[in-house]
Design a protein around this ligand. Sequence first.
Ligand code: PLP
Length: 328
Amino acid sequence: MLPYFTDFYGNASSNHTFGKKAKDAIEKSRVQVSSLINCNNKEIIFTSGATESINLGIKGYVEANSDKGNHIITVKTEHKAVLATCEYLESKGYEVTYLDVDKNGLINLEELTNSITNRTLLICVMYVNNEIGVIQPIQEIGKIARENNISFLCDATQAVGKIVVDVEEDNIDMLCFSGHKLSGPKGVGVLYKRNNIILTPLIHGGGQENELRGGTYNTPLIVGLGKASELALSEFKSNTTTLLKKRNELKEYYETNNIGVVNFQEVVTAPHILSITLKDQEAEEFLMLKSKEFVASTGSACNAAIVEISHVLKALKILENKTIRISF
Ligand code: PLP
């Protein structure tokens, strides 16, 4: 990233040689990112992060396709970036169905199918839940969406680089993630958009990103995200092995010392997130006592300022404040 702050600082949208150097680096990054999720590099839109990608994907899609319907289906345990966007759209007259989850945090595919109406435009389901690590049945959800001629947006912020994400095999039409969740820089992210998907831009301007996201490119961050994607792919096996080893060690530590139980053991979870229910201590109190050894959160880091049971745990009907979330 560093040379793109200091030496190759040209504006990537300029036609001169300084600009070209930056543009080439951005295009290289687009290829690196597309290899990680198995799409065409032309289907990658660089944004400021998953929140923006989600906003562009959802708002941009429903606005561009409003002649076809006004209904969105999502899940109660989605990240606030999805939920707040859907709530905003409800205030504008769109209808949103929020699916329940079972005790393992998973949706019921029959309930999903039954929620579809002839006004349904979009299904939004996250890949890996950021608080509890469970993996939704993405391929099947994509299949249901496709069979019903509905587009499928997947927030894969906690999945990309941690588990195999393949937009073709997974039947995904739009996919969102952030650079910093795969060891890239903060403030940069991706919206993958299948080439037949039409969006209305959120940010109008100089026509960058195929007219979908105006504004001067942040070349260093995009270069960082590209490199992080390349490394996530080439180091995938060793990273997964390390994460699983750490996770198993911690699981054993908590269980053999009778401190707490690891949740969601009946289902496959992502290797970097561990949800633990403490035996006889409040979550905040426990983390405070342990703060010299490690830091972790009780809810998702994004809402840590609000000390109340997170919306994810509430959806799972876990109402005691005893659950911690450890991520590596
Ligand atoms: N979606 C999920 C699942 C997340 O975990 C996060 C961040 O933690 C986001 C979306 C939002 O990402 P960002 O804050 O980078 O926009």
